[in-house]
Design a protein around this ligand. Structure first.
Ligand code: ZN
Length: 261
């Protein structure tokens, strides 16, 4: 006759396992990095709005569905007096448009650099104020950060931004809610041309680009170097030769609306 383990024994065994597990966790101590403090379930819940006109949605996208041979080249972390002009020269040489996700504090520090971007037909959008991880901020901090950036870009270019790219691509419900309140869509990316080994990586971007691709590059903070812009020029040349046009992210979004789903 087979030995049958009773339900009571099973419960007892699992309870014992749970106690053992707790003992192991407890051994790590309450402040140990092995046991981070648990957040409240409502710790990252957007503020409650009581009006029916409160924003209801925003959109997050990595690429755009379009039948047209359009791609969007994007540059993060500027404006930067050293690197942004190099990007503008490369774009002008290829008749290309791009989108610059700029930081509000940098726009205030280098308004002339941002002023040179906008009239050339490029789009200036928000990359927050100072490259803080938005998921570390309270809603009030987040709101101050994004409105500071919104006002800085609007003051310098005369055109309010309509897109947000969160630093590190990190955003949660509070950031999404703030984006909705500001009327933003959240623009991530499908391709990345990094500074390190850019000359080799650009081949992959060229080979895998397709209509609607959004390519991330940088024109500020610590990452750029001359070699990146050599690679950017090759990207522009080779995709242009393949019949692609480089447009702003907003123009790419507008092109997506003509596609039947
Ligand atoms: Zn960034």
């Amino acid at each position: 006759m087979a030995h049958v383990i009773s339900r009571r024994q099973l419960l007892g065994a699992s309870a014992l396992s749970a106690v053992s597990a707790l003992a192991v966790m407890g051994a790590a101590g309450p402040s140990s990095p092995l046991r981070p403090a648990r957040k409240s379930p409502t710790d990252r819940v957007p503020p409650r709005r009581e009006t029916s006109t409160a924003p209801a949605r925003t959109e997050v996208f990595w690429r755009v569905s379009t039948a047209d041979k359009l791609v969007a080249l994007t540059f993060d972390d500027g404006p930067d007096p050293r690197w942004t002009p190099l990007v503008l020269d490369a774009l002008a040489d290829h008749g290309a448009q791009a989108t610059f996700f700029q930081m509000g504090d940098a726009v205030r520090a280098h308004p002339a650099v941002t002023e040179a971007v906008h009239p050339a037909g490029h789009e200036v959008a928000s990359h927050s104020a100072r490259h803080t991880d938005l998921t570390d901020l309270s809603y009030d901090e987040l709101w101050d950060n994004l409105t500071l950036t919104h006002e800085a870009i609007t003051d310098v270019t005369g055109t309010p931004p309509t897109l947000l790219r969160p630093p590190y691509g990190r955003i949660d419900s509070l950031g999404l809610f703030a984006a909705a309140e500001l009327g933003y869509q959240v623009a991530l990316w499908s391709h990345h041309l990094p500074t390190w080994d850019a000359e080799a990586k650009v081949d992959l971007d060229v080979a895998t680009a397709s209509p609607g691709t959004i390519i991330l590059c940088h024109d500020g903070r610590g990452t750029p170097e001359e070699a990146l812009y050599v690679a950017v020029r090759r990207l522009l040349s080779e995709l242009t030769a393949d019949g692609y046009a480089f447009v702003t992210v907003s123009d790419l979004l507008a092109a997506s609306q003509s596609v039947a789903v």
